[in-house]
Design a protein around this ligand. Structure first.
Ligand SMILES: [Fe+2]
Length: 255
């Protein structure tokens, strides 16, 4: 009779329990995605995000806003050699659909670029009933859009209304996570007599060399990074994307 091998777990019971406790815990472990400005993002940023999500065993994803750029709809000058508004929208949708496949349940904040469509409608006197929702246009029915979001007493907000994370956290005395300032990546703590709050700026996933980002050329390089917030809002970590490690083509091609 063929003898089956004895079961030899690689973990001892303490290690096994620790992992199960961690996996089954209900607390939020949030991956925070920086501004992506589709279609002017770095393709490998998604690989970095997925690796970070797995590494920290995250169970929630928040996009900090400016998911799509809408360069052609800008109130500033648009590049006359750039795509038409229609072509840019189609390409942005394909970029966004890559993310939808990897993170099908994301919470997405509105940023100043996200508001361009409704602002243009307002400028043209078009009632909001005529304006479709983002979920409908981009075909992302399971993504939830918010102006701002609080998880575990941590405020997630794009940053265009609140100001920089460190300003907002100190002013409002609530731990605050922002994007918007593409060159900012930091975590800072502020201590009062009885409590402490943190500020985190998550950076971005944008391609500084794209024509959509040309308005910032000559300035500082953008911070290519993301954040995680662990331990029920107690542990903020900001991670720089090691660009040298992500030189290969993305594992997630355009759809
Ligand atoms: Fe932005």
């Amino acid at each position: 009779m063929k003898r089956t091998k004895d079961y030899r777990p690689r973990l001892n019971s303490f290690e096994n329990n620790l992992i199960n406790e961690y996996r089954n815990s209900k607390e939020s472990r949030v991956l925070v995605v920086g501004d992506t400005h589709f279609p002017f993002d770095i393709p490998q940023y998604l690989d970095f995000l997925k690796d970070t999500y797995d590494k920290y065993n995250c169970n929630r994803v928040v996009h900090i806003g400016d998911c799509v750029d809408f360069h052609a709809l800008s109130y500033h000058e648009s590049d006359p050699n750039g795509m038409s508004a229609g072509d840019e929208l189609s390409l942005a949708k394909r970029h966004l659909q890559r993310y939808y496949k990897v993170f099908p349940d994301m919470d997405v904040l509105f940023g100043n670029h996200s508001r361009l469509v409704s602002r243009k409608a307002m400028t043209s006197g078009i009632p909001r009933e005529w304006v479709k929702s983002y979920a409908e246009v981009f075909e992302v029915p399971n993504w939830n859009y918010h102006t701002e979001l609080v998880i575990d007493n941590v405020l997630y907000t794009h940053g265009d209304k609140s100001g920089k994370a460190r300003t907002a956290a100190k002013r409002d005395m609530i731990s605050t996570v922002t994007g918007h300032y593409h060159t900012d990546q930091y975590v800072e703590w502020f201590y009062g007599k009885n409590s402490a709050v943190f500020a985190m700026a998550v950076g971005s996933g944008i391609n500084d060399k794209s024509y959509g980002m040309a308005y910032a050329s000559g300035g500082k390089k953008s911070a290519i990074s993301c954040g995680v917030v662990l331990d029920a809002g107690e542990t903020p970590i900001c991670l720089r994307m090691p660009l040298e490690k992500y030189k290969e083509d993305s594992k997630y091609p355009l759809i």
